[in-house]
Design a protein around this ligand. Structure first.
Ligand code: C2E
Ligand code: MG
Ligand code: MG
Length: 557
């Protein structure tokens, strides 16, 4: 595990010698000294970071050995640099050379004579060559520009192409939540700790980079066969997934890795990166097997998914959606209290699609605000025509809280339809409060003050349901379908239903069971004193035009 002290050690202090101190992190110069025999004297911490040297490599005696161990220099750059250093040591040799080398993207070198018999090689990240300097200031790893340049260089060389190179893209799920819940300082320590684990797991010739946020990449050199890249991925998943101990907090994040190997999966850098990203996209989100290597079918699925994205954009513009309504009943009498509005997409070729097929994509594309506003207007308009006091429940996604416009969108939907606020209930999952925090809380309070009901959907499936209950006075808890499904046989499921109904009773919050399909399930729920229910046993979601018939049938039952 990573300790607190270790967490800060990626940026080491300067060795106290050589050129001016750093102006800002990432821009300071690293120094190493050598003598006329090209023996290494001092290697500053910064030089080690800039050259990407492992602890062991930093102890090299000879300059040649040390430079060869640097994953930031290709063979040509190493040779040129050595020649320049050697030349500086000769009596009439050139000093004060200022070098930029194609095989060392993002770095600048200066060679100076320090005193008799001692020479200094200064190394700086090159702000002109690469914005950002080639080095990620947070972790000391290479940055995206450096990674791309090194990947391109690796693929450019016929000799290396024969040996093969692997690109492993790795992201860590859960960091966002760490930032929000534990704060950014701990999030940054976590990134540094992960960076160290990555760096320690690869060979000196491999390059580790932080591309952005929690996205890391490894350029694996000399990948004799793709299985070598797979073996590294499996090792990285294991290492990165182990708990981190940071500032007294034990934190677990989930790594996901996508692999593409040159030349089999592509010979150009951009293609290889794209294919590694596709593979990552398809990697399972948890467990030891959370890595994938690119396969040609992924290309096909990727294209299909792009086509669906394009179609979804059109669907939003043309409002190709409809709402279906599922009855909600009060227990024990099965008295109809209202309906939950559930969105469907009438796809021109593929017919009626359920939310699971397109809502996650809509979230990713930033379309959820517009879709959500449409759902609110349409649901309120439809419900306004139902007999009072029947209510409508509308699902709200986290994205709808983002620009704090939810209260206004609800207000507009109520005003346009004339629906009374107490006939509208909004369903949010706990991810809403987890992902959008105080901003969501404030909006929910505004809405509740306006008389709109607020329900917590899918209760029990998240990680902090109970904490959320203290943060906000919910009107209703909806026990997730997964627990109801296991009734009546499942011992655990019954225990959870019992706990949630008990919780609801003591906090004065109504409890609805979702996904009730059988009489046996209903009997259990009645025994536990559940207030309300929803599920195929009482009615499936139906189009708005069928709602009057459902109202009639349930009234007669
Ligand atoms: P949810 O809000 O938990 O909705 C209940 C889901 O369970 C619905 O699936 C419903 O059709 C299904 N269901 C209800 N009773 C039963 C049952 O007895 N057995 C089984 N097996 N399933 C049952 P659906 O319509 O596919 O919706 C899935 C999820 O998509 C919803 O889960 C909700 O989170 C989301 N969603 C639906 N409409 C909207 C919307 O307009 N906006 C947002 N943001 N999310 C929506
Ligand atoms: Mg719902
Ligand atoms: Mg639900």
């Amino acid at each position: 595990m990573d300790g607190v002290a270790e967490a800060g050690s990626a940026t080491r202090p300067e060795a106290g010698q050589g050129p001016a101190p750093p102006a800002r992190p990432g821009s300071s110069e690293g120094v190493l000294s050598f003598d006329g025999e090209l023996r290494v004297g001092l290697v500053s911490g910064r030089a080690g970071i800039l050259l990407g040297l492992s602890r062991q490599a930093r102890r090299a005696q000879g300059l040649a050995e040390l430079l060869e161990a640097s994953p930031r220099l290709d063979r040509d750059a190493t040779a040129t640099l050595l020649a320049a250093c050697l030349s500086a040591t000769t009596p009439n040799g050139e000093t004060d050379a200022d070098l930029r080398l194609a095989g060392a993207p993002g770095l600048r070198f200066a060679i100076r004579k320090a005193s008799r018999g001692t020479f200094i090689l200064g190394i700086a990240s090159d702000p002109i060559l690469i914005a950002g300097g080639g080095i990620d200031p947070l972790t000391g790893l290479a940055d995206r520009a450096m990674f791309q340049a090194r990947l391109a260089a690796a693929l450019d060389r016929p000799a290396r192409r024969r040996c093969g190179a692997g690109v492993l893209l790795c992201d860590l799920e859960g960091i966002r939540a760490v930032n929000q819940v534990l704060g950014h300082a701990i999030g940054e320590d976590l990134l540094r700790a992960a960076a160290r684990r990555l760096q320690a797991a690869v060979r000196d010739a491999d390059l580790v980079a932080r591309l952005a946020g929690e996205e890391f990449a490894v350029l694996q050199s000399d990948v004799g066969e793709p299985a070598h890249a797979a073996a590294l991925a499996a090792r990285l998943v294991d290492l990165l997934g182990r708990p981190y101990l940071i500032s007294g907090e034990t934190i677990v994040v989930t790594p996901r890795i996508g692999i593409a190997v040159a030349p089999a999966d592509g010979a150009e850098a951009p293609l290889l990166l794209r294919r590694a990203a596709m593979a990552q996209h398809e990697a399972p989100t948890a467990g030891a097997g959370s890595w994938r290597r690119f396969s040609p079918e992924m290309d096909l699925r990727w294209q299909e998914s792009r086509a669906l994205e394009a179609a979804l954009r059109i669907a939003v513009a043309e409002e190709q959606f409809e709402l279906h309504y599922q009855p909600q009943v009060a227990l024990p009498g099965r008295h109809l209290t209202g309906f939950e509005a559930l969105i469907r997409w009438r796809h021109p070729e593929r017919g009626l699609l359920t939310p699971a097929c397109f809502l996650p994509m809509a979230e990713r594309l930033g379309l959820m605000q517009r879709i959500g506003a449409w759902v609110l207007r349409e649901a309120c308009r439809t419900a306004a025509a139902w007999p009072r006091p029947l209510r409508v429940a509308v699902n709200i996604s986290p994205a709808q809280f983002e620009d704090e416009s939810l209260p206004a969108a609800v207000e507009a939907a109520l005003a346009d339809s004339g629906l009374a606020p107490d006939r509208l209930e909004l369903e949010v999952t706990e991810t809403v409060l987890l992902a959008t925090g105080d901003a969501a809380l404030a909006q929910l309070l505004t809405l509740r003050a306006r008389g709109v009901g607020i329900a917590m959907d899918d209760f029990g499936t998240g990680h902090s349901s109970l904490t959320q209950l203290r943060a906000f006075p919910f009107d209703r808890l909806k026990i997730d379908r997964s627990f109801v499904k296991d009734l009546p046989a499942g011992g655990d499921a019954l225990a959870i239903v019992r706990a949630v109904t008990g919780l609801g009773r003591s906090l004065g919050i109504a409890v609805t069971a979702e996904g009730v399909e059988t009489q046996a399930q209903l009997q259990d729920l009645l025994r536990e004193g559940c207030d309300a229910a929803q599920g195929f046993l009482f009615g499936r979601p139906v189009p708005g035009s069928d709602v009057p018939a459902v109202i009639g049938a349930l009234a007669a039952a």
